[in-house]
Design a binder for this molecule. Structure first.
Ligand code: 5MM
Length: 341
């Protein structure tokens, strides 16, 4: 199998029936925020303990195809000295790696962001591959403020960086997950989110084509089309699914290896219900799966609170959320299932 075929094969495995991705690639500032919320100090050891707890949860391989790691995590080992990526592989879970180096202000465009990390990326990818990674992720952040933000410059600059990242990843035999996230912060309506998401995805797929990225070996990690968190008019799962699919159909090619949604600050229950509604609207040309961070981990953090004696309960919380999202990925979830323990 050549390297490009390998990227398509990995994409297929990542969106296998009933399975999705656990995003555990919080950078140091983000994991500190998560740990602060449960009064746990963000030390290297605590971060390792927490990730080890996640990855040793019995049975998650039934529902989790891959895990996105952070640079620090891919180099860490379990208590018995097994490298964390090797632990995942042994359990049939594919290790991936976040390769962007975070967002900075976009010069001359107040309120907008551009993601960094292209310098020497080719060399870093070779190293990540030797550490066990088989897929990569790059997140671009698009903010909505009024009618003028995002600017076309922000959308274009981020799309170009995503395409360059994707091409370099495929050259290294790694499946890129392209994540253009339109944030749900703010008062905007679902219609405004639809307009911005359409523009962002259109730009991303135009640039991917220009950069000769092979779509079968690429996964898209988009936001669902949602109203802003502070919008007075909120939407239910059917409306979210209809708006999301309406937005994607004209701009997301059927050839793409799959769609793995981010949760973006929705509650775990909302994210699962929306994913379920998306899958009930089948058949669609793409696999509709998940690559959730907060929507999988929030209940785990709340149960763990940094205490070894809470590890079992925390792992049960992860297993449960992963199972519910697996059902949603098949359109077989019901909110009543939230009541079962
Ligand atoms: C897990 O969080 C990821 C890393 O974020 P930072 O680089 O800001 O630390 C993030 O990229 C994540 O993979 C996606 O946003 C999806 O996570 P959510 O919580 O939105 O499902």
């Amino acid at each position: 199998m050549d390297l490009i075929e390998a990227t398509a094969e990995t994409a297929r495995q990542l969106v296998a029936a009933g399975k999705g991705i656990l995003a555990a690639d919080e950078s140091s500032p983000t994991i500190k925020k998560r740990f602060d919320s449960i009064d746990v100090e963000s030390t290297e050891e605590n971060r390792r303990d927490y990730r080890q707890l996640l990855f040793t949860t019995e049975g998650i391989e039934e529902f989790i195809s891959g895990v996105i790691l952070f640079d620090e995590t891919i180099r860490q080992k379990t208590d018995d000295g097994t490298p964390l990526p090797e632990l995942l592989v042994r359990r049939g879970i594919i290790p991936g790696i976040k390769v962007d180096q975070g967002k900075i202000d976009l010069t001359f465009f107040p309120g907008e962001k551009i993601t960094e990390g292209l310098d020497r990326l080719g060399e870093r990818l070779e190293e990540y591959r030797s550490l066990g990674a088989r897929f990569t992720k790059w997140r671009a952040v698009i903010t909505i403020i009024g009618d003028t933000i995002p600017s076309p410059v922000c959308i274009e600059a981020n799309a170009a960086a995503l395409a360059r990242f994707a091409a370099l990843s495929q050259k290294a035999g790694l499946t890129p997950i392209v994540e253009p996230e339109v944030l749900m912060d703010g008062k905007h309506t679902i219609e405004r989110c639809e307009e911005v998401t359409l523009a962002a995805l259109d730009a991303v797929f135009s640039r991917l084509r220009e950069h000769r990225v092979v779509l079968e070996g690429t996964l898209l990690k988009p936001n669902m089309v949602l109203p802003g968190k502070e919008c007075p008019r909120q939407s239910g799962p059917e409306d979210v699914a209809a708006a999301t699919l309406r937005t994607f159909r004209p701009v997301v090619p059927a050839a793409v290896g799959g769609i793995v949604f981010l949760s973006g600050g929705q509650s775990p229950e909302e994210a699962t219900a929306n994913l379920d509604a998306l899958n009930r609207a089948a058949p669609q040309p793409w696999e509709l799966s998940f690559s959730f961070g907060r929507a999988l981990q929030q209940p785990v953090l709340a149960a763990w609170r940094g205490k070894a004696e809470n590890a079992d309960t925390a792992q049960q919380a992860l297993y449960r959320r992963a199972r519910l999202n697996s059902l949603a990925r098949r359109g077989e979830y019901s909110p009543d299932m939230e009541k079962d323990s």
